[in-house]
Design a protein around this ligand. Sequence first.
Ligand SMILES: Cc1cc2nc3c(=O)[nH]c(=O)nc-3n(C[C@H](O)[C@H](O)[C@H](O)COP(=O)(O)O)c2cc1C
Length: 218
Amino acid sequence: MKLLAFAASLRSGSLNQKLVALAAGLAREEGAQVDLADFREFAMPIYDGDEDAANGLPPGALDLKRRVEAADGLLIAAPEYNYSVSGALKNAIDWLSRARPMPWRGRSVYLLSASPSPMGGIRGLWQTRIPLEGCGALVFPDMFALPHAKEAFGEDGQLRDPGQRERLRRELAGFVRLAEAVAPLCATARGPGPAAPLRPQLMTALESETELQPPGHG
Ligand SMILES: Cc1cc2nc3c(=O)[nH]c(=O)nc-3n(C[C@H](O)[C@H](O)[C@H](O)COP(=O)(O)O)c2cc1C
């Protein structure tokens, strides 16, 4: 079980990067191999249809696409910006949605957010589900929003509050087990397995392209 983990924040000292690093460690304890990335590795311009038509995905988006494709699922910590999805993440989702097969399709996703506010970014996570699910990702029902995040981490990078620590551990264990179970059903790139006969139906149901989108690359 391979996971790609990143925080959708470019800021050094990002609270979401701290949270996703913690989540990556817990997922490793559950037996997952985790590729922990820095979102700055995937620098890309704002989506531009002319640029897309002329040159396809820019290098940063291609790098992210390759890292997503190498994984069965993702841990994404996304800041809430103005009650909604982080612009940098939405832009990355849009660029990758132009590739075929769509890289998000059939991949399990666990969403987290850290915010200094008392809400912890949960409103942004509800918005973040929408484009991911629209692109066929299997977003885990539970999401982890960390409020008062500036005070939430100890010197060791762990969560100070034992209740929050235990909830995150329990949810990640559940996510890793479900992602493991689902991966053989959805993973087109990872060879045959006992679930292979079910894949065509599932992958047809998780559309690669909708009538709303222009034809993609690949
Ligand atoms: C433009 C902007 C809008 C923001 N809007 C919200 C918001 O709606 N809700 C919230 O909880 N925090 C909001 N914040 C505060 C962020 O949660 C905070 O800056 C957080 O530390 C960003 O994540 P990071 O530390 O991973 O970079 C906003 C911050 C910025 C810069």
